[in-house]
Design a protein around this ligand. Structure first.
Ligand SMILES: [Zn+2]
Length: 336
């Protein structure tokens, strides 16, 4: 068995811990850099405390700080290796900043006006770059994944050729001591809009990095990517990431099937997004790896009638299946 690389373990520990823990307990702001609430494992009122990358419980950890890996292992009972590979697939936040999506507000409201305004401006600018000379490499990369220009334009994809740091005021975010800027690394910009033009989050897909392929821009809120397609259809394919979802959307638009993703292997729908999916028949198309299987188990707990999609083992996800010549529409139809 191969050994886990230190960078993979480091990435697992970089997960947005308040957001992760906030899926299992109600947190409220305790200090500027800390949230508190009932312990997801042993209850109480405020014995559980969480910061950007560490947590403690006065009982469970005897008040000692522990990391995200320890949290997930305690929650799931899974082994170290499985937990690391699962966490390493979660989106990370700007490592320079504290989690800016307070778990207590990790619910139904979109980001504030200033964030949306700045976000929309960035989306427009990045789209301009994608379709200019600066975007050649990313256009080729998208084509290689089977995503057509039409789809990319409809999805308002863009690219950021260079990393930059925005003043937080531009996003309506507080300037916090030693974490003064909003980090926008280089990569493909994927906006999560709903049809009322509300912008919920921005994901940046990076290349050639072992610090996490997906970064969410600080101040984001949980969104159901392409979730509007779930409004129209009774059957909804759930993918792990946005680019798989886009490909499915493109390839099966002639079928009476919606597609959506929370942009993570293991997140499960909550609040308004759970309502959006209530009563639907879900087809689960998560990656064929440990994280995907964990996510699948969670979805099946929440939606017992969901059906896992299965494809040949030679492909790890739907994009690879498509790249290997597989027919996504036929695959999905076979599961209807
Ligand atoms: Zn506890």
């Amino acid at each position: 068995m191969s050994t886990l690389s230190p960078s993979l373990i480091a990435r697992a520990k970089e997960v947005d811990l308040p957001a992760l823990a906030g899926r299992y307990t109600r947190l409220r702001r305790w200090t500027r850099s800390e949230y508190a609430g009932p312990c997801p494992f042993c209850g109480g009122r405020d014995r559980f405390h969480v910061q950007a990358q560490r947590w403690l419980c006065r009982k469970c950890t005897s008040g000692r700080w522990a990391d995200a890996i320890a949290f997930e292992r305690m929650r799931t009972g899974a082994g170290f290796r499985e937990t690391v590979s699962q966490l390493a697939n979660e989106p990370i936040l700007d490592p320079l900043t504290l989690a800016q999506a307070p778990a207590a507000e990790y619910s139904n409201e979109p980001p504030g006006e200033a964030w949306q305004k700045r976000g929309r401006a960035l989306v427009a600018q990045a789209a301009g770059m994608l379709w200019s000379g600066a975007g050649v490499m990313w256009r080729r990369w998208l084509r290689g994944r089977g995503i057509t220009e039409r789809t990319a334009r409809l999805a308002r994809l863009g690219c950021l050729p260079d990393r930059r740091y925005d003043p937080p005021e531009w996003w309506g975010l507080p300037r916090e001591g030693d974490r003064p800027k909003v980090w926008l690394p280089e990569g493909l910009l994927i906006p999560c809009f709903t049809r009322d033009h509300t912008l919920w989050y921005l994901t940046i897909r990076r290349l050639n990095t072992d610090r996490g392929k997906y970064v969410r821009v600080r101040g984001h809120r949980p969104g159901l990517y392409l979730g509007d397609s779930a409004l129209k259809h009774q059957i909804v394919v759930i993918t792990e990431g946005e680019l798989d979802a886009l490909l499915v959307w493109q390839e099966v638009h002639h079928l009476p099937v919606g597609v959506a993703t929370l942009g993570s292997a293991t997140a499960c729908a909550r609040g308004r997004w759970a309502e959006r999916l209530a009563g639907k028949r879900l087809l689960l198309a998560l990656d064929a790896d440990a994280a995907g299987r964990t996510g699948e188990t969670r979805w099946l707990e929440a939606y017992p009638s969901a059906v896992p999609l299965r494809w040949p083992e030679s492909s790890k996800d739907l994009t690879e299946y498509h790249q290997h010549g597989g027919n996504l529409a036929a695959l999905i139809q076979a599961h209807l």
